[in-house]
Design a protein around this ligand. Sequence first.
Ligand code: PGA
Length: 252
Amino acid sequence: MTGRLKPLVAGNWKMNGLRSSLEEIRAIAAFAGAGLPPLADIVICPPATLLTAAAEICKGSLLHLGGQDCRAEISGAHTGDISAEMLADAGASYVILGHSERRAGHGESNAAVQAKSQAAFRAGLIPIICVGETQAERDAGLALEVVGGQLSGSIASSAEGRIPVVAYEPIWAIGTGVIPTQKDIVEMHAFIRRELGINLASQGDAVEILYGGSVKPHNAGELARLENVNGVLVGGASLKSADFIQIVKAFA
Ligand code: PGA
């Protein structure tokens, strides 16, 4: 972990969660209760259908909420889409953008992710921009090149100097229970830090770089000790408050 940056632990619920799941958010919000010194920023990104109810629960707590995607436009004839302004209005302060499931499943290009990032800043949200290589790309020795291209193509900073969060999520580690070696994570995060310096100049040092992909309570401690790992983006293990809280504790 880079000492100067406050860790960020974010949960991505993906397409999971009904109103009955709000109990998990209630438990995390209670853990992140007001009055405790905030040692880490904690974010849950539930499906958009739960944001408003979750925001009610989070009132007075230090648990932040995020969306899982947004459209770049403010409003208009875009059936089924959600704007960054709508997410902010529903109580979000973050938004995950360019997740590999969106890049692959919805054909999102780097340029589309960058436009969404600018929309997030416009709406006052902090974008969490995801990058990561496939197994084939890693096997071919292309991991750094692929991630470098995604970064320079997708990231944006705001005119007022606000900066994104970046999440490195190797696609082969998502939902598989397999994570890269510590050496590979440290190498990639150091590379991302250098690239951020090129893309965002001095602001690059202030960007939190999260690791994501099969983060669980049992491996969070070792991840938290790695250089330039400023937090984690957690999928499956964020659905159960007890597991997620254990992961937060490893970073707090
Ligand atoms: P996982 O998902 O923790 O279930 O591997 C991570 C993600 O896709 O953000």
